[in-house]
Design a protein around this ligand. Structure first.
Ligand code: NCD
Length: 307
């Protein structure tokens, strides 16, 4: 039962709870008419202290498709944070207006802190370079739909694996399923941090390798998760400019890949996937966007206890 629960990290829900959410999301996709007013009278607050297109809008669209209402802000400059209000006070206030809160914040740990002050479920919509668990629900649902399973896969992560919170969460989420192995493709400066490679892969005996060559990795992959270099988390522009175009997936490189590869990307894309790939049947990133909305519908309905 997920009623009343927070979602802060990618392992807060058990595997069985995740699977039940995915079944629910698929039911909502197949029969949207059955869910049109289950959340009537309920309110979602979206508190976005960092930019977003997909995450915020998909949360809001999800709540509206369940018949609920939405309040919130998309820019901290328009909230009392600009006057110096603490996160604790903002959350105490919002949790007396809303029934569920989705929050994105540039500080690692902000969602966990918010959950300690909230009287309603808090969903982490991204905390700095740390975690992004609803993107993981989206990604796992996409993989399950396209590959028919989330286990026994060789999964490549490519790009900014240091600051990319979607990578940290998905790696931890996928590592719970048996038989998955990971190929981590990045420049040496942007490798996956030790809180994943050491604390999760190392301690749990999950097979992984690190390389800086996408060409070398591609032929072995069942899933390729491309990511953007996270400009906003760099300390100096010079490093960003040097690393931003380290990997570009184009048609020539796709010829090295398996015929049934699934290419995922949390979006936004900058240069790392050439537009010519969009029409390749292996490009899954726009289907992924759609699954994200159903995953969030299932999550909201579950934590509200209306599913
Ligand atoms: C990602 C994020 O915000 O971490 N975007 C998203 O939520 N789909 C990825 C990114 O910004 O690169």
């Amino acid at each position: 039962m997920l009623k009343g629960r927070h979602l802060i990290g990618p392992r807060d829900f058990s595997l069985a709870e995740n699977e039940a959410l995915f079944d629910l999301a698929e039911n909502m996709e197949a029969k949207p008419g059955d869910w049109l007013d289950v959340a009537r009278g309920r309110i979602l607050a979206t508190l976005f202290f960092e930019p977003s297109t997909r995450t915020r809008l998909s949360f809001e669209a999800a709540m509206l498709r369940l018949g609920g209402g939405v309040v919130g802000f998309a820019e901290p400059g328009s909230s009392s944070a600009a006057k110096g209000e603490s996160l604790a006070d903002t959350i105490r206030t919002v949790s007396s207006y809303a029934d569920v809160i989705a929050m994105r914040n540039p500080k690692e740990g902000a969602a966990l802190l918010a959950s300690r002050f909230s009287t309603v479920p808090v969903v982490n919509a991204g905390d700095g370079g740390h975690h992004h668990p609803t993107q993981t629900l989206t990604d796992l649902l996409t993989i399950r739909r396209l590959k028919g399973r989330a286990e026994g896969l060789t999964v490549g992560f490519c790009g900014d694996l240091k600051f990319g919170r979607t990578v940290h969460s998905l790696a931890q989420g996928l590592a719970r399923y048996p038989g998955n192995r990971f190929v981590l493709v990045s420049p040496p400066e942007l490798r996956v941090p030790d809180f994943i490679t050491g604390e999760v892969f190392g301690k749990e005996g999950i097979p992984y390798e690190e390389t800086d060559s996408l060409e070398e990795a591609l032929p072995r992959l069942d899933v390729l998760y491309m990511t953007r270099v996270q400009k906003e988390r760099f300390f100096n522009e010079e490093d960003y400019l040097r690393l931003k175009d380290a990997y570009i997936l184009d048609a020539a490189r796709m010829r090295l890949a398996k015929a049934d590869l699934a290419v995922l990307h949390p979006l936004p894309r900058v240069n790392e996937i050439a537009a010519e790939i969009d029409s390749d049947p292996r490009a899954a990133y726009f289907a992924q966007v759609r699954y994200g909305m159903f995953a969030r519908m299932a999550l909201i309905a579950s934590v509200l206890g209306v599913a």
